[in-house]
Design a protein around this ligand. Structure first.
Ligand code: AMP
Length: 397
């Protein structure tokens, strides 16, 4: 993968697509700087070479053009502080002022453009918008893994306006892609994929793809009950997608043919209500009484999951094993996280990706005890499904 390390940015103006889509509170203060921090090494490399930088990003989902709530001006101070360099701001990403500012940049200077999504052309992947944006720099760097699964103007279309030797990936992109490739194409066996969360329908394609790669697939969370019902179990009022029962059955049959071990939970912690203070008890996964729902993995399942995880050399985790947001139903998720940490300590490679499993690993302060935590949930899942991403293909050709 061609990264910023392959280019000397001296006297060059790098146009960098970053993912500065950070959360803001009602005073427009940044409440989590993770994504800005992640981009800093790429920016520092370019400045150290003696280049200048034009940053472009989206923020939120503005519907009707420029909106104060979604202005990137709110984050300028954060970027300046983390980079240790003053950052200028252009109030319109393709306005005359923006172009005169980018043209006037001296080596070592940094300019942040206003939210790209103030133009609907961005998400439409409009060519002439992409071409206009491309005039801001003479090297294009894509470091926005979080949006690399979108064929938007700034994430993919723009790459065609730069020659092959004037476009590359930043360190965030390179790290993410390297990590997924290690898991999908270079996995040391046994490779275990842990797939949880609420909906089977969201994960069918991923499970199918993983059947070609993994030795073990642990199914957990709400989506497990569609499998349990498909196998004839009683699941009470647990989450279930009745229109996916056949698909669930087919997945189980395919796994058998392919020789992949699919582990469905064998017991559950059930509750009479979707609430932290609900009455709860343990029962077999396929004998859940009417009026009760499974909200967490039972002790037998936790042990089964732990044994598989701890014997793995490569682990991919997407989706919680229960309603981990509620302390009464977090055990299955927490134990899975701890087992992954232990396996990692013993030499396994572990990749955690997808919004809720990342939230879980952070909740238990274990992010630095696994091999890699992906910053782009949707992009990671799409990479697994498709084998590549528009934002990656655009540069690699
Ligand atoms: P997803 O976005 O599909 O990965 O789903 C994540 C959500 O699934 C989390 O908010 C969990 O609380 C929820 N979840 C996990 N297990 C269950 C369950 N057994 N019943 C209902 N929701 C669940």
């Amino acid at each position: 993968m061609k990264t910023v390390d392959s280019i000397n940015f001296s006297n060059k103006r790098a146009l960098i697509r970053v993912d500065f889509n950070v959360p803001l509170n009602d005073k427009f203060e940044v409440t989590d700087e993770t994504r800005i921090k992640a981009a800093i090494p790429t920016l520092k490399k370019i400045l150290k070479d003696g280049g200048s930088i034009v940053l472009m990003s989206h923020l939120g989902r503005p519907k009707e053009g420029p909106t104060n709530k979604y202005s990137l001006k709110h984050i300028v101070a954060n970027v300046s502080k983390l980079l240790g360099t003053e950052v200028q701001f252009a109030e319109d990403c393709i306005g005359a002022d923006a172009f005169s500012r980018s043209a006037a940049l001296k080596n070592g200077q940094v300019l942040l453009l206003e939210n790209l999504r103030f133009y609907k052309e961005e998400e439409k992947g409009d060519e002439s918008f992409a071409e206009k944006l491309s005039k801001h720099g003479n090297v294009y760097v894509n470091d926005a893994f979080g949006t690399a699964h979108r064929a938007h103007a700034s994430t993919a279309v723009i790459a065609k306006f730069f020659k092959a030797d004037a476009k590359c990936f930043g360190y965030v992109m390179a790290g993410e892609v390297e990590s997924i490739n290690k898991v999908l194409n270079n996995a040391e066996k046994p490779f275990t994929a842990i797939i949880g969360g609420a909906k089977v329908s969201d994960k069918i394609m991923i499970i199918e793809q993983l059947m070609n790669k993994a030795n073990n697939i642990l199914i957990g969370g709400g989506m497990a009950f569609t499998f349990v019902k498909a196998m004839g179990g009683q699941i009470g009022k647990s989450l279930c997608e009745d229109d996916r029962l056949d698909v669930a059955k087919q997945l189980l049959e395919k796994a058998k043919v392919k020789g992949v071990n699919i582990y469905i939970p064998t017991d559950a912690v059930i509750a009479d209500n979707f609430a932290n203070d609900a009455n709860k008890k343990e029962c077999k996964i396929n004998e859940i009484p009417e009026g009760w729902m499974g909200l967490d993995a039972g002790p037998e399942t936790v042990k089964m999951n732990n044994d598989v995880i701890k014997n793995s050399k490569t682990i991919l985790w997407n989706g919680p094993m229960g309603v981990f947001e509620m302390s009464s139903f977090e055990n299955g998720t927490k134990q899975a996280a701890l087992a992954i940490v232990e396996a990692t300590k013993n030499g396994a490679y572990s990749l955690i990706g997808g919004g809720d499993s990342v939230a879980a690993i952070n909740k238990y302060s274990l992010a630095d005890k696994v091999s890699y935590v992906s910053t782009g949930g949707g992009a990671l899942l799409e990479y697994i499904e498709q084998g590549s991403l528009p934002g990656v293909k655009a540069i690699e050709g």
